[in-house]
Design a protein. Structure first.
Lengths: 180, 364
């Protein structure tokens, strides 16, 4: 088993947190993981991107050349990483911010209105968790209870009230994929 | 993170792992000045040092940092500083003084692209600076090159022990990729701050003969004597502290020599690429100084060729060539300025070497 995921979005769309929490949850489940964040001199509105690799075996290079999955939160992110796709890749798009795209390789594309769903449940910032819900419904990579325990660890103190909406966002993302 | 439990896995960046390992190894004095890609070392130290009763100072310059390290080391404390290329260059005078005064300390260099201000992407172009001195005078720092976040943590523990054992500065030579990437890490090494008695330290001379820490020997003949003592110590380190990892070198036709991030990429090539009709092995130096010259010499006596892979224009390859001394061809593949070699590029380079070899055989 191995899975290479590139997560990308606008700075602030929560891809760093999402990637780190998935990596942490998978680590707790005994998998090998590497999580390589972009740390470059990005301008405001620039693309923040993260390489997440999970494997039963030793992971060598943390840099992904061909991705199994892309989770893309806005159009510039998709344009930057579409060449990392291969014929059996999966593509998860935040359709609230990405319109029609050309699917030349005819790969599996999941279009999730993550920003809208998050906004509808009361917190637009939870769009990252909607994407997780959708992604995990398809790939079943991470145990949601373990993921939630990792989430709880970072939502402490004044951030604690945000836990429930994040949990709901994961459920709504999964639900959206099941229904479509 | 407020404390760590033994045998528990943490997901940390290489930078955080270095900082946490230093604290657990008994380092209580850290001085640093911010520079990407090693800032997480400072932030981790800023949070953790007050929790363990240690001292964290974000200093006014890299010069201040290395000279504060000199002071803390002279007083017998476990102490560390860190930076990236441009900052490490500024510290060189201090490192020479530390070596000349035989003071134990740990210096972390998370390399970025150079020369000059360069950029902030991964590089291995500070190799010469790290292993050939960097500052003035006949001195060496022990240089350790981790290949993973776990190894970074483990080597920081070892670095403090080696520094105390030999009364010598030890450098951890990582790169931006290792510093920034997150991997699981377990802190299971023991803190041994009192492993070596520091009866030379400046602890107040009440009731004993005074100690002097200096690197200044103005009386004719004294400095030569001191240098002879240093060289004797370096010979001992060379004899006893060489470390490397070897993979499939017994029956290899071609052996790759690579360290740190490059070694990880070469391992990926070794594991996945069976498309070539040659057997490829790997030697990964863990100590860059002392350099694993003996094993490289040994394999050079029977392999077809050696390939050195670096994120530089060719630095470690010079030490490989010295070790090989013409016994077999030594090839080089390098990327500079933030480029990271890929397994595909290594495959291409090895196919070139093999075809060169075949052509050469036909000609003779």
């Amino acid at each position: 088993m191995s899975e290479k995921v590139i997560l990308a979005g606008l700075g602030g769309q929560g891809m760093m947190l999402l990637g780190r929490l998935i990596a942490q949850a998978l680590m707790l489940e005994g998998k090998n993981v590497t999580f390589y964040p972009s740390y470059g001199t990005e301008v405001r509105g620039g693309t923040a991107y993260y390489h997440l690799t999970v494997s039963e075996e030793e992971i060598f290079s943390p840099v992904i050349e061909e991705a199994d999955t892309l989770i893309m939160m806005n159009l510039p992110s998709y344009l930057k990483f579409k060449d990392f796709l291969k014929p059996d890749s999966m593509l998860f798009l935040n359709s609230s911010m990405i319109g029609k795209i050309e699917n030349e390789m005819n790969i599996d594309v999941y279009r999730i209105p993550a920003t809208k769903i998050a906004n509808d449940i009361g917190n637009v910032v939870a769009s990252n968790m909607v994407m997780l819900g959708a992604y995990n419904e398809v790939k079943n990579l991470v145990s949601i209870p373990v993921f939630l325990s990792c989430l709880k660890n970072v939502l402490k103190g004044r951030k604690e009230p945000f836990y429930e909406v994040n949990k709901l966002a994961i459920e709504r993302g999964a639900e959206f994929v099941r229904k479509s | 993170m407020t404390s760590t439990e033994k045998n528990k896995k943490y997901l940390l960046t290489g930078n955080e792992a270095c900082a946490e390992a230093a604290i657990q190894a008994g380092c209580r004095f850290y001085y640093g000045y911010p520079i990407t890609p090693q800032n997480e070392i400072l932030t981790h130290m800023a949070i953790r040092m007050p929790q363990v009763g240690g001292t964290f100072i974000q200093v006014e310059s890299e010069l201040a940092a290395i000279n504060m390290v000199y002071g803390s080391a002279a007083a017998g404390a476990r102490t560390m500083t860190s930076s990236s290329g441009p900052g490490i260059s500024l510290k060189q005078e201090g490192i020479s003084y530390l070596a000349g005064s035989e003071l134990p300390c740990v210096i972390v260099n998370i390399q970025r692209g150079g020369p000059g201000l360069g950029d902030i992407s991964p590089s291995q172009a500070d190799y010469f600076q790290a292993v050939k001195g960097g500052g003035h005078g006949d001195y060496h720092t022990i240089v350790l090159a981790p290949g993973s976040v776990q190894e970074a943590a483990d080597l920081v523990f070892d670095a403090f022990d080696l520094a105390d054992c030999y009364r010598n500065p030890v450098m951890i030579l990582g790169d931006a990729q290792l510093g920034q990437m997150m991997e699981p890490v377990v802190f299971n090494k023991k803190c041994k701050p009192n492993l070596y008695k520091k009866d030379w330290a400046l602890t107040g001379a009440d009731g004993r003969k005074k100690n002097i820490i200096k690197s200044f020997y103005p009386v004719k003949g004294e400095l030569e004597k001191f240098n002879a003592k240093l060289q004797k110590k370096y010979r001992q380190i060379k004899a006893e502290e060489v470390r490397y990892e070897e993979i499939n070198i017994e029956n290899a036709d071609i052996v790759i020599v690579a360290y740190g991030t490059c070694a990880r990429i070469c391992k990926e090539f070794l594991k996945k690429d069976q498309s070539l009709n040659v057997k490829v092995g790997l030697i990964r130096p863990i100590t860059l100084w002392p350099f694993p010259a003996d094993i490289i010499q040994k394999v050079s006596e029977r392999v077809q060729a050696i390939l050195t892979v670096e994120m530089s224009a060719g630095q470690m390859v010079e030490d490989v060539r010295l070790s090989v001394s013409g016994r077999c061809p030594v090839h080089f593949y390098g990327r500079t300025g933030g480029g990271i070699p890929t397994p595909k590029e290594i495959l291409k380079k090895i196919s070139e070497i093999v075809s060169v070899k075949v052509k050469g055989t036909c000609a003779t």
